[in-house]
Ligand binder design. Sequence first.
Ligand SMILES: Nc1nc2c([nH]c(=O)n2[C@H]2C[C@H](O)[C@@H](COP(=O)(O)OP(=O)(O)OP(=O)(O)O)O2)c(=O)[nH]1
Length: 309
Amino acid sequence: MHVMAGVLIDSQGRVLLAQRPPGKHLAGLWEFPGGKLEAGEAPADGLVRELHEELGVEATVSEPLIRVPWHYGERSLLLDARMVRAWQGEPASLDGQALQWRFPDAVDLGMLAPADQHILRALQLPVRYAITADAPTSAQDEWQNCLRRAIAAGEQMILLRFPQWPPARIRALAATLLPEARARGARLLLSGDVDGALALGEGVGVQLKAAQIGQWQERPLPSTQWIGASCHDADDLGRALGIADFATLSPVAVTATHPDASPLGWSAFTQLVDASPLPVYALGGMTMEQLEPARQAGGQGVAGIRGFW
Ligand SMILES: Nc1nc2c([nH]c(=O)n2[C@H]2C[C@H](O)[C@@H](COP(=O)(O)OP(=O)(O)OP(=O)(O)O)O2)c(=O)[nH]1
């Protein structure tokens, strides 16, 4: 079953949520307006029809956000979410469902239909994910300045990855940057250091190494602290579900950091992303020039080192 969901976003950045009516599947939970695609219908057209039927609006354009494959017991569906930034008419509740506008960061994950929780994350996550380049500990001041500038320039999510530094030094760097990061809504992620993220609190997350993903039965940080998972195949992506908010999938192309790993290429990337409900960043040999191909392939965006600083 292919289900279209429209994420209407207003000029303030709020999104429209609709409550599933009593007696229906997932009654009482909130969702993004939409419904089942009809046979032979193109996804974007099906969404326009559903938004017309449900809300009485005419969506003028939409763009892909995320496609979430999901199983509710016997019922399997592909929830195909598109962003709608422009429409004609005032959304009205034509099916009698309750509607509300909310800022994505003010939406409690638990009020949403389970599959929609991944749509919310895709909405909150940026399209670029910058990763620091390995450096000796002597480069600490240099990196601190560079990161300050990046945060001031609007970088929204940064992985502090310094394999040669002791964890305490990376935590100290994160603590120094945190006030500015919080003020700008930027997230700092530590590499593998869950305890460090817990100690630093809101605004700091963790990027789990592939070998760490299976260590927890449930997410080791509160939902306000983001968890990324470093994935290389379908197995990693499967284990990341339920633990991580998003994944990186690598290497998509040849990369200087891992010259011996054989690249996935866009076609394998697309297949793996299609099968996972998580937002997935393309990693490995990426620059911002690959943002468009990554989005076309169903990815959340691009992550990288070299092309980002
Ligand atoms: N429209 C929509 N459906 C969603 C979302 N999230 C989610 O899990 N679903 C599920 C609920 C349903 O099992 C399925 C399709 O929903 P629907 O609204 O077209 O159809 P329905 O089963 O409620 O109603 P019916 O037409 O069968 O009477 O997708 C969402 O954000 N929007």
